[in-house]
Design a binder for this molecule. Structure first.
Ligand code: NCD
Length: 318
């Protein structure tokens, strides 16, 4: 089954065929954009310029929201965006589920939704008759981030299979880590994590995952290192964390010293936003192995591929 007309809630639901389409189309879009500064001539579909992606962001976002928007624009499509709940009817008492039902009633071609933990909303999204893309849901999943991470790994390491991928930081609260564990394992990578006790993951699928307690050993092992943001906004919601930023920085920050233990051809990733100086030092962000901004570039083309697949656009392989 192709991606045509489908929703994307979890990386779990992506088949090998989907992944092949997404990776090859992302590669094609990226290289064509580098040559011609456009990709719209590569896609064809009825009334494409009339197609509209509705973005509903109930949690803050810079990269994900704007890269969905950029992806749609580059394809020649349009977007609408609800990104400031203070100026929406949610501030008047409407529930997120009702807001989403109303956005769907405007008949966009695709709806991309970011939200915090909300089981009512999740049920509503499953019931909508238009394709829905999960643009980050609570602590659960963030499939498009994992896709662009996997693409970036493939791009700089030449493959994902057999890569030793180390996830560092607030694994417990990270939807990015969950989606990455599923997708990168599916693609044949070995995933491990290094986190303070307070941030150890509880989910079942993490149980069999390798854990490092010492960052030095972890960095020596890894070929790819993915740092996570400390999800402060979720700590109050779940429970308070007895770990100070200073302690975190001392034990888990990636700086020049940690990069000395890291493979010379390894790559350092972070989904952003980076808390500079706490999760990664300014010097490490300047290191040639740091591919954080390449992830952002790839995010646009990966999301453009996903939109093309869901809309069933004909992609000309040139
Ligand atoms: C992540 C998110 O929102 O889950 N960022 C992103 O989408 N690029 C990670 C984070 O906020 O820490």
């Amino acid at each position: 089954m192709s991606l045509f007309g489908r929703s994307l809630f979890s990386t779990e639901l992506l088949s090998n065929e989907d992944l092949e389409f997404l990776f090859s189309t992302t590669r094609l879009f990226k290289s064509e954009f580098e040559k011609r500064k456009r990709i719209d001539h590569l896609v064809e579909g009825p009334d494409l310029h009339q197609k509209c992606v509705s973005l509903a962001f109930f949690e803050p976002s810079t990269r994900t929201r704007l890269s969905f928007q950029m992806a749609a624009l580059r394809l020649g499509m349009k977007t609408t965006s609800l990104d400031n709940v203070a100026v929406s009817s949610i501030s008047k008492g409407e529930t997120l589920s009702d807001t989403v039902r109303n956005l769907a009633a405007m008949k966009p071609d695709i709806l991309a939704v970011r939200s915090g933990e909300n089981s009512d909303l999740e049920e509503t999204l499953l019931d909508l008759s238009i394709p829905v893309i999960n643009a980050g849901s609570g602590t659960s999943e963030h499939p498009t981030q994992a896709l662009l991470d996997a693409f970036t790994i493939q791009e700089f390491r030449g493959k994902v299979q057999g890569e030793r991928i180390l996830i560092i930081g607030d694994v417990l609260h990270s939807r990015v880590a969950n989606s990455n564990l599923i997708l990168l394992s599916k693609l044949g990578a070995e995933v491990a994590y290094c986190a303070p006790e307070e941030f150890n993951p509880h989910r079942e699928n993490w149980k069999a995952t390798k854990k490092f307690s010492d960052i030095k050993d972890a960095m020596k092992w890894a070929t790819v290192c993915i740092c996570l943001r400390i999800q402060k906004e979720r700590h109050q919601l779940h429970h308070s964390i007895g770990l100070s930023m200073a302690e975190y920085r001392e034990r888990f920050r990636i700086g020049t010293a940690q990069l000395k233990d890291f493979a010379a051809d390894g790559i350092l990733l972070h989904p952003g936003p980076v808390i500079r100086g706490i999760e990664i030092s300014s010097a490490a962000l300047q290191d040639s192995r740091c591919k954080v901004l390449d992830q952002v570039t790839n995010g646009v083309f990966m999301r453009a591929s996903l939109l093309s697949g869901i809309l069933g656009l004909e992609v000309k392989k040139q």
